[in-house]
Design a protein around this ligand. Structure first.
Ligand SMILES: C[S@@+](CC[C@H](N)C(=O)[O-])C[C@H]1O[C@@H](n2cnc3c(N)ncnc32)[C@H](O)[C@@H]1O
Length: 280
């Protein structure tokens, strides 16, 4: 009943809600998430850099750049490059140290791409964020704004990610129906690496590297699992549906994790490196 009421009043999670979720975790994000997951950014970026015809003085776009991990890596790998760093969260964007080679853009990915000129970038990176806007539209725009032989590098969760959270979240909602403030629609994550490949190919890209991976985080108890999922941005948007920072809600989530004997949380993801090849 309440869900229908929210739906009819268009109480749907927006980009601003996602931005607010990331603002809230921005100070912990590097420690809690990137401390471990940056190993996969490294794998993606290493594959991307290998594909570049030249390695210096590039024009690079980091879409949903977060706290700027990719920029640090690419600055070392591709000296003399210039970066456009785009993110919707001022908290995340504000964590990037100011530098002469970086222009920060407080924008959403799609509107930034749509306003960018064609043939502008040698490399575009989008890590852990493609799902936040229509992935096919984003990839199509990336193709347009890349130069010939430009490279697109994407790493993104699959729909199967966080199964342990998926198991308890509906119960948490059911127990707190009156507290549900907005509805979160399913994020358009790819099901498999083949989906990502298909999206890229249909925009004209050729695939150069890819992988399907997962990473398991282990916890000493349900409360640490709750702290983890509410501090990484993994539940961005879902925390606006029901306030996951509320102590009572967090306590209930810990109980549900305990009942489900949850000791670990599994991130499942895929990556792809694609090239806009010379025509004919
Ligand atoms: C999981 S973080 C990844 C950050 C960074 N790419 C990394 O590898 O650490 C997701 C980022 O996407 C940003 N984001 C979410 N929706 C966005 C949108 N529509 N446009 C731009 N940035 C967005 C968030 O603010 C957050 O910084």
């Amino acid at each position: 009943m309440r869900v229908a009421w929210l739906f009819l009043r268009n109480r749907i999670i927006t980009k601003d809600d996602i931005a607010a979720s990331y603002d809230a975790v921005s100070s912990k994000y590097d420690d809690v998430f990137m401390g471990t997951m940056s190993a996969y950014n490294d794998e993606l970026l290493e594959q991307a850099v290998r594909r570049l015809r030249q390695r210096q003085g590039l024009s690079i776009l980091d879409l949903a750049c977060g706290t700027g991990y990719n920029i640090g890596y690419l600055r070392a790998a591709c000296p003399g490059s210039r970066f456009d760093a785009v993110d919707i969260s001022s908290g995340m964007l504000g964590s990037i140290p100011g530098a002469a080679d970086v222009v920060r853009h407080h924008r959403d990915m799609l509107s930034f791409l749509e306003s960018a000129g064609r043939d502008t970038y040698d490399l575009i990176v989008c890590s852990w964020a493609l799902k936040y806007q229509n992935p096919r539209k984003l990839i199509r725009q990336c193709y347009r704004v890349l130069r010939q032989n430009g490279v697109l590098a994407v790493i993104v969760n699959t729909r199967q990610t966080l199964p342990e959270v998926r198991r308890v979240y509906p119960k948490l909602l059911a127990n707190n129906v009156d507290r549900i403030d907005k509805l979160m629609l399913e994020l358009p994550n790819p099901k498999t690496e083949a989906d990502l490949l298909r999206w890229a190919r249909s925009s004209g890209f050729s695939a150069k590297a890819g992988n399907s991976l997962s990473h398991v985080f282990w916890f000493d108890g349900p409360s640490s699992a709750v702290e983890f999922v509410t501090s990484t941005g993994a539940l961005a948007g879902f925390d606006a549906m029901i306030d996951l920072r509320d102590r009572k809600v967090k306590g209930e989530m810990a109980v549900l994790f305990g009942q489900a004997q949850t000791r670990s949380i599994t991130h499942s993801f895929v990556y792809g490196v694609f090239e806009k090849e010379e025509l004919g």
